[in-house]
Design a binder for this molecule. Structure first.
Ligand code: PSU
Ligand code: MN
Length: 303
């Protein structure tokens, strides 16, 4: 199916046509990463944050077989409220479109659709990556390979700390995806300010990120994403000791229950929320908010 399968909202189309800044937002975090009904309030807040930063928000989802870039309030309510929303990675887009299905888009599907629509900047919480125990399960998020193929700038708090972070960074290197730390030489740890792993490049302002994007354009060649790794502020991070303890317990539980495939990430995020009495949720939200704010500034600096 040609690109015409991607439906861009009027507001987003107008912004793109006039060169105004646009920030794409994913919907899996809304439908499968956050508890109802707070998820709807968050979805709306993130759009407002993009607007406050001077950019137009473009939340992405598939509704009744239509890949939509830019959602109405009613669409957002549906994504947040409908328990039957599927979780759609890039590879799920064609069957979802062909069968009229509805689902939230992960980083891989969102980055792809944003790129098709001509949106350069995308904000999320934490990327998917190589899972712990990869040697047995071969569970590696499709986010990584997709990001090696689209020229979007992804603002995130690193990759989810439920993952094998060093292995994920290694994989990003192999795939040729550029990673820069925002105001830090340490790769962030999603709920934690630092994962402890080093990053090779650090920048300190939206203008510097925009300069890297322009250099990508100038250098040319096959595109790949630019990952802007933006740490959650230290005062809003999850207590690292608590994090390590509840994560070990949650991973053990996932193993015992035989949780596999697409269910692994939502399962672990939910267990962490439960075992930290909601503290992991607050850290997750603080990270996402920071990323969305920064993404708007980067989109404006690049526009
Ligand atoms: N960031 C969050 N919460 C989430 C996600 C990201 O703060 O739930 C989602 C993203 O959509 C990401 C997905 O693409 O988790 C990864 O899922 P998997 O490991 O199954 O590829
Ligand atoms: Mn997976």
């Amino acid at each position: 199916m040609p690109k015409t399968a991607v439906m861009v909202s009027e507001e987003v189309r107008e912004a793109l046509d006039t060169g105004a800044p646009v920030v794409a937002l994913e919907s899996t975090i809304i439908a499968h990463g956050l508890p109802r009904p707070r998820n709807l309030a968050v979805a709306e807040e993130l759009e407002t944050l993009v607007r406050s930063g001077g950019a137009v928000p473009a939340t992405v989802a598939v509704l009744d077989g239509r890949a939509q870039v830019g959602l109405t309030k009613a669409d957002l309510e549906r994504v947040a409220g409908d328990p039957d929303m599927r979780k759609l990675g890039h590879r799920d887009l064609a069957p979802a479109l062909a069968t009229g299905a509805s689902g939230a888009t992960t980083v891989s599907a969102t980055a792809f659709l944003a790129d098709q629509a001509g949106i350069r900047v995308f904000a999320t919480g934490g990327l998917g990556g190589v899972h712990r125990g990869w040697a047995e399960t071969q569970d590696e998020s499709a986010d990584l390979r997709l990001l090696a193929q689209v020229g979007v700038t992804v603002v995130c708090a690193g990759v989810k700390s439920i993952l094998d972070v060093p292995a994920t960074l290694q994989r990003l290197e192999t795939l040729g995806v550029t990673v820069i730390g925002y105001g830090t030489g340490r790769f962030p740890g999603f709920y934690l300010t630092s994962s402890g792993e080093p990053v090779d490049w650090a920048v300190g302002s939206p203008d510097e990120v925009a300069a890297v994007m322009r250099a990508q354009d100038a250098v040319g060649g096959p595109c790949s994403a630019l990952i802007v790794a933006n740490p959650v502020p230290a005062e809003e991070q999850l207590d690292p000791e608590l994090h390590d303890r509840v994560l070990a317990k949650s991973l053990e539980e996932a193993r015992e229950k035989g949780v596999t495939g697409q269910a692994v990430t939502p399962f672990l995020l939910e267990r962490l929320m439960r075992y930290t009495d909601g503290a992991s949720l607050e850290a997750n939200l603080a990270a996402v908010r920071g990323n969305v704010r920064l993404a708007a500034l980067i989109a404006a600096a690049y526009a």
